[in-house]
Ligand binder design. Sequence first.
Ligand code: GLN
Length: 484
Amino acid sequence: MDLSTASLFSLRDLIRRKEIHPREVVTALAERIAARDSGTRAFLQADTERALAEVENFDPETPLAGLPIAIKDNINVLGHPCSCGSRFLAGKYTAPYDATAAVRLRRAGATFFGRLNMDEFAMGSSTENSALQATTNPWDPTRVPGGSSGGSAAAVADGTALAALGSDTGGSIRQPASFCGVVGMKPTYGRVSRYGLVAYASSLDQIGPLSRTVDDAALLLEIMAGHDPHDSTSAREPVDSLVPGSVEDLKGITFGIPREMDREAVAPSVLKVFDEACDHLRSLGAELCDVDLPASTHAVAAYYVIAPAEASTNLARFDGVRYGLRCESPADTLDLHTRSREGGFGPEVKRRILLGTFVLSSGFYDAYYQTALKVRSLLRREYATAFSRADFILTPTAPEPAFPLGDRTSDPVSMYLSDLFTIPANLAGLPSISVPAGFTVDERPLPVGIQITGRAFAEASLLRAAKAYESTTPWHQQFPYKED
Ligand code: GLN
């Protein structure tokens, strides 16, 4: 059994047939992390002993049957470190409770193994904003894994995690999934409780899965989804069973492609994969049509007002008193706040706090924040109209394949534009999935994903459409690394 290419479903079957024990899975992953992760650097921590102790109590009849799941380092798991990729918390904060997503996974039989690198406080698109280490792309070590859940995507692609949790505020699950050639899904806003996810922009954040197959993503989402009294924004919508059966055609299904999708802004290698994916969907019986989402051309601008505004209030709790870093011998309270923040936050986080404070300040609130909220309402309405024509909206996940390390670190706006296609679904609160759809034709081929966005709470049909595409294409079976 090659663990680097196995799905959760295939391993669960083996466990239930008593052909393997999940302990062996943990051990094999630990060996692989030791062998591989010094290059990829996706893991901030992997406590093998703890995972081995946990796995001894596994129940083969639970949905995850003891299988190890790795976690982005901004989701609290009791007793595990939770650094958010920040100097503020690294080595100074241990989660005192379980996030609701973790409670539900634990109850479903998961073993928690591995804390994964991320852009500091989930702000970034390349994982280079991690204050702790840079993660590389398993397909090409000179390139970024995407971000902010870059550690999660890289580990799943690299065979060091079977599946992982990420968080997505503007694309942080889907864009790295596309860059690393794995499946990544952001659920409808409110589908998964945010309790225990360290807040970045609360009206946009969602926890979601990164995995090797659509079925695995569906399984993890089904386990985590549903109302939670600890999160008043979690939805009371019933949770359907989400794991698609076998779906091989898309007859009667319409995919809308936004007229505003600027082909000039998309790398030719990505356009080629996208156009081929469109042909493939047609060959499965789907219809493709144009839809209008004019407000989507302002989505990135609106996001970079709304997200920093919310971040500036959420991050106020990092004040040197309550969590993590505290500066040496402060003269007074102001000095304590100032120097703790100065030393604890990296440059991108500081930029966002300043930006957010500015757009919320009196005199600028109407011009920036209110205007951004109007764009958001408009976009929601436009999606509603688009969904009266089409079942799903289809775009590339990102306008480019994984870019070289260091390429965008000195130009924040070029970094922000990597989320051109992912941000609209966050602003509108819609479920959206990235599935592997092909490769660039370079000497070192890089994976490219397509993004399918569905109606609110229509995760089941979205996953079925993704499964139809996946089960009739070979892309999810390509791996950067295979065991000999
Ligand atoms: N790249 C976007 C940002 O920097 C999105 C991040 C995210 O989804 N967490 O804010």
